[in-house]
Design a protein around this ligand. Structure first.
Ligand code: THU
Length: 136
């Protein structure tokens, strides 16, 4: 799986976004070690608070399937589904990544002409991790 192909799958996932309140459509494609990809979109709610980001949709689908072996995630989005620039995942999504991913987990933040690659350690330094509870 190339980074470029993973980005294409994130774009495809963005088409599934349910974002009637913000109009900001987001897609994510989460890559597992064996090449399996889980796609996710943001799912908004009239009460706003229950809104689920695209990244978490992808993670929760994968975890439900028993997956834990995550390598990378590509994320794209924009107003009305038009990608104008890259954006970093929100803090809640970073914490969900922390639960299942190692420091070198890759995050591809897509912009109109490619992507910027960062690691989870760069996005969430000094994080509260499962080791705090489980001695892992
Ligand atoms: N959103 C995501 O799906 N992922 C992020 O990393 C940032 C924000 C969604 C939540 C909401 O539906 C919309 O984008 C506007 O914040």
């Amino acid at each position: 799986m190339t980074n470029e192909k993973l980005c294409e799958l994130a774009k495809e996932a963005m088409l599934r976004a349910y974002a009637p309140y913000s109009g900001f459509k987001v897609g994510a494609a989460l890559l597992c070690e064996d090449g399996t990809v889980y796609q996710g979109c943001n799912i908004e709610n009239a009460a706003f608070g229950p809104t689920n980001c695209a990244e978490r949709t992808a993670f929760f689908k994968a975890v439900y399937d028993g997956r834990r072996d995550f390598v990378a995630i590509a994320v794209c989005g924009g107003k009305d589904g038009v990608i104008t620039g890259g954006f970093p995942p929100c803090g809640v999504c970073r914490q969900v990544m922390r639960e299942f991913c190692s420091d070198d987990f890759k995050i591809l933040m897509m912009h109109p002409n490619g992507f910027e690659e960062v690691t989870l350690a760069e996005l969430l330094p000094h994080s509260f991790s499962p080791s705090e509870h489980m001695g892992m």
